[in-house]
Design a protein around this ligand. Structure first.
Ligand code: IPM
Ligand code: MN
Length: 347
């Protein structure tokens, strides 16, 4: 029987609740499909940091490298560990070290879920550059603690980095409705974003079957709300993609439904699957977190592993669950009840 090794990093807060939920759905789906998922739990989190002084052991990245995939809940407990420490010592290093350069985030309404917009039939695939740009971590502070203090944080855009994410977007557009929105702010940022636009134009010539439009990020943000059905694949830089995908989450009914896949398209290292939402310390362990975003991310993991039928079955079960009004009203159904409904719908 085929078996996949999965590294489980529940992390902090509701990360623990939602990964547990998704894991039981995935285990059931695997059983029906005739393969096994062998999970190894890693307690790397802010609690781990408090105990050991590190978010993950020194050889953490090397430990993860041998796994087929990583399922992550959420990282962050700002009351105990500054986010600038916790995220830069666990989540962001994994994305970079494993060259998970494509962060894929689907935004559409599940049946039974009411979004805040009149538009209901949108289906947007946001593809966020995930290893460089505004998240490069290049910068520093001088004259710290004095009135003369200066802080510099430089965005880094490389030709290879921009080209590969755009190419990935063009390829995705080909398998969907053939439309690509390339997002920059080249009217204000005249180096990196003009560079991005130029690479978009260069690739557009290669992909003449894809209809590509370049948008400024402010206009694209408005379009996601005013005319979301006009969008298909959206490709954006790391920070722009981060912001746009919270808009995507909002229009699909909330962060409880927003899934994401940090993909290494070359498969030279494991990919990582996680909900878009954070650790939500305010509702941690109350048992009311919506696990659907993580279950959906889990379905994306099965798809990536090549278990397409099982992935489709998980999504059908999620859709059957929300169509019955389960998991569609914040705070109404407990994490366990939503999970049980999805598991039952898998049969
Ligand atoms: C996300 C999150 C992270 C990001 C944070 C937690 C660093 O907001 O995955 O969207 O900005 O990438
Ligand atoms: Mn975000």
């Amino acid at each position: 029987m085929k078996s996949y090794s999965i590294a489980l990093i529940p992390g902090d807060g509701i990360g623990r609740d939602v990964t547990g939920a998704a894991w039981s759905v995935l285990q059931t789906a695997a059983k029906y499909a005739g393969f096994t998922l062998a999970g190894t739990d890693f307690p790397w989190s802010c609690k781990f940091y408090k105990d050991t002084g590190r978010m993950m052991p020194e050889d953490g990245i090397e430990t993860l490298r041998s796994f087929d995939a990583i399922l992550l809940g959420a990282v962050g407990w700002p009351a105990e560990v500054p986010d600038s420490v916790s995220l830069h010592s666990l989540l962001l290093p994994i994305r970079k070290a494993f060259v998970q350069y494509a962060n894929i985030r689907p935004h559409r309404l599940l049946p039974g879920v009411t979004g805040p917009l009149r538009a209901e039939s949108f289906d947007i695939l946001c593809i966020r550059e995930n290893t460089e740009g505004e998240y490069s971590g290049a910068g520093g502070r001088v004259h710290q603690g004095t009135l003369d203090e200066v802080a510099v944080e430089t965005s880094i855009f490389t030709c290879a980095g921009v080209e590969r994410i755009l190419r990935f977007g063009f390829e995705q557009a080909r398998t969907r409705r053939g439309k690509l929105a390339s997002v920059t702010k080249s009217n204000a940022q005249k180096y990196s974003m003009v560079f991005w636009d130029e690479i978009t134009r260069k690739l557009a010539a290669e992909y003449s079957d894809v209809a590509v439009t370049s948008y400024h990020v402010d206009a694209l943000a408005a379009r996601m709300i005013m005319a979301p059905e006009s969008l298909d694949v959206v490709v954006a830089s790391n920070l722009f993609g981060d912001i746009l995908t919270d808009i995507g989450a909002a229009i699909q009914g909330g962060l409880g439904y927003a899934a994401s896949a940090n993909i290494n398209p070359d498969r030279s290292a494991p990919s990582m699957f996680e909900p878009v939402h954070g650790s939500a310390p305010d509702i941690a362990h109350l048992g009311i977190a919506n696990p659907i975003a993580t279950i959906w991310s889990g379905a994306m993991m099965l798809e990536h592993l090549g278990e397409t039928a099982a992935a489709g079955r998980v999504m059908k079960a999620v859709e059957a669950t929300t169509a019955r009004g389960i998991g569609t009203t914040p705070g109404k159904d407990r994490t366990e009840a939503i999970t049980a409904a999805v598991v039952a719908a898998l049969t």
